[in-house]
Design a protein around this ligand. Structure first.
Ligand code: HEM
Ligand SMILES: [Fe+2]
Length: 460
């Protein structure tokens, strides 16, 4: 770390990890409800706990992205953040807004549009916060006058994510029209602009951790982002199969979304080979695990498991079954959770008083492996449950609830794997909070680092 204002990232990471813990608590509660009977059904029914679980995921990952941007942009643009005060205000409003939304869901204050359940005042506050964030980042980049490809991709991804949230503000009475535009936000986020954020953060981490040539890495960054867009935009059609739109969406969805694999596998190879060339020699081994892990897990969860049900001939049977969370969980974890945890792990030695880049805590390794393995177990549990469900319900014609009773054993496996996962996440959160941060306000800041040359200058 070279700039004092980069420590803003610590506050963002702390809020993000706190919400991560809360997300998992609501996830466990939701999974327990699959087993029934549910003693909490009158106070906290499944639809409420599930909405809180998914909303917290989106909120904390975005908090992590914003924290990461506040860490990355000063280094890339070689200047302090334009207004640290604005950044802290932004975090405060964002957090209060998140709490209001969660409490609101508990009392039935919801729009009911899956993943975009936020009522209009909450949505408008989200837009205001995003504008505060983008303004601050943009002014910082203007001040520095140095615009690197890595940060351009990262910031463009975040800016476009804000823009694509706007369709979510539109209200329609017709369900087909409503769902049509819903995917402009959800799909174009996860298979489009959030991928830009992930790729931008990976590029930053690979440059820092592998010492590979920036020019070469950034060239590949363009290729990957280009591939995502070529396939991802028309690929939105893989959500239009059974929602009442014309038939021509079927081949478009299948053919284009299947192409996204190319981008995701290219990204995994890009990360692995860049690291391998360096001999994995950077002292922050845990950050290397999370960085390469993110790229590889994305190829598995988003790439392979997305491909598994993106064909109309498969999706015809699996749509709306547990096959969807099979893919959704591993894709989100690999692409977005792991990349945020990678940036946190990379940045922590610079944001804490200990300041040891080579800090390899046992807890840190447990955190990595238990989460990676736990998520694999959860993915398998959802997969087996989803296959059985598809067969019994869609092919044999059994009723929904009857089927749910027959697949209980898979839910037990799900809860077992989720427990392993949660222990891993708890290790990460504990390992984070037990380190003492450098002073967040005022104070001397990271004096030791102040005179260091830019990391690239060291590496090249
Ligand atoms: C990082 C990338 C990705 C993430 C985070 C992600 C996440 C998700 C999530 C959360 C859903 C459920 C959405 C909902 O029902 O509200 C979903 C659905 C879906 N995803 Fe992805 N996804 C990613 C990439 C992909 C890719 C690359 C493909 C295929 C090539 C794909 C294929 C699908 C399909 C077909 C569905 C719809 C399932 C259904 O409703 O029948 N996804 N994804
Ligand atoms: Fe999609």
């Amino acid at each position: 770390m070279r700039y004092r204002s980069q420590r803003i990232a610590y506050a963002y990471f702390a809020v993000a990890l706190f919400l991560y813990g809360l997300q998992l608590a609501f996830g466990m509660l939701s999974a327990a409800k699959y087993l029934g009977p549910d003693p909490l059904i009158d106070i906290l029914p499944f639809d409420v706990t599930k909405a809180i679980h998914t909303n917290l995921l989106i909120v904390w990952v975005l908090t992590g992205f914003m924290g990461a941007a506040y860490y990355v942009v000063p280094e890339e643009s070689r200047t302090e953040i334009y207004s640290p005060r604005l950044a802290y205000w932004q975090l405060g409003i964002w957090t209060v807004n998140g709490v209001v939304a969660v409490v609101g869901y508990m009392f039935g204050w919801t729009e009911g549009n899956k993943l975009l359940e936020q009522p209009v005042p909450v949505k408008i506050t989200i837009v205001i916060v995003m504008l505060m964030f983008l303004y601050n980042i943009f002014r910082t980049m203007m001040k520095g006058g140095r615009w690197t490809t890595t940060e351009n991709v990262l910031v463009a991804g975040l800016g476009l994510a804000a823009l694509l949230y706007l369709p979510a503000l539109l209200q329609f009475h017709n369900y087909t029209v409503s769902i049509f535009y819903r995917w402009w936000t959800i799909h174009l986020w996860v298979e489009g602009v959030w991928e830009m954020v992930q790729a931008g953060l990976l590029a930053y981490l690979l440059i820092r951790l592998s010492g590979a040539d920036r020019e070469m890495l950034e060239k590949w960054l363009y290729v990957i982002v280009g591939l995502v867009f070529i396939a991802g935009i028309i690929g939105t059609a893989h959500h239009y199969y059974w929602v009442g739109v014309p038939q021509y969406w079927l081949p478009l969805g299948g053919i284009f979304s299947a192409r996204v694999q190319l981008a995701l596998f290219a990204m995994a190879m890009w990360a692995y080979f860049a690291m391998r060339r360096s001999g994995f020699s950077h002292p922050n081994k845990l950050a290397i695990h999370w960085t390469v892990g993110s790229a590889i897990y994305t190829a598995f969860g988003a790439g392979l498991l997305g491909l598994a049900h993106t064909w109309p001939s498969v999706n015809k049977w699996t749509h709306g079954t547990l096959i969807t969370p099979m893919h959704g969980h591993s894709a989100f974890f690999g692409a977005y959770v792991m990349v945020v945890l990678a940036v946190v792990t990379y940045a922590m030695p610079h944001l804490t008083r200990d300041g040891d880049e080579g800090r390899e805590s046992t807890l840190g390794y447990w955190a990595f492996w238990l989460q990676a393995a736990g998520m694999l177990g959860m993915t398998m549990a959802f997969a087996t449950a989803g296959i059985a469900q598809t067969y019994l319900e869609r092919i044999m014609g059994l009723g929904y609830l009857e089927t749910q009773l027959k697949i209980q054993v898979h839910f037990l496996m799900l809860i077992g794997a989720a427990t392993v996962f949660s222990v891993g996440a708890a290790c990460f959160i504990w390992d984070f909070f037990r380190q003492r941060p450098i002073e967040l306000f005022g104070g001397p800041g990271p004096e030791v680092d102040a005179d260091r040359p830019a990391p690239e200058a060291v590496l090249t």
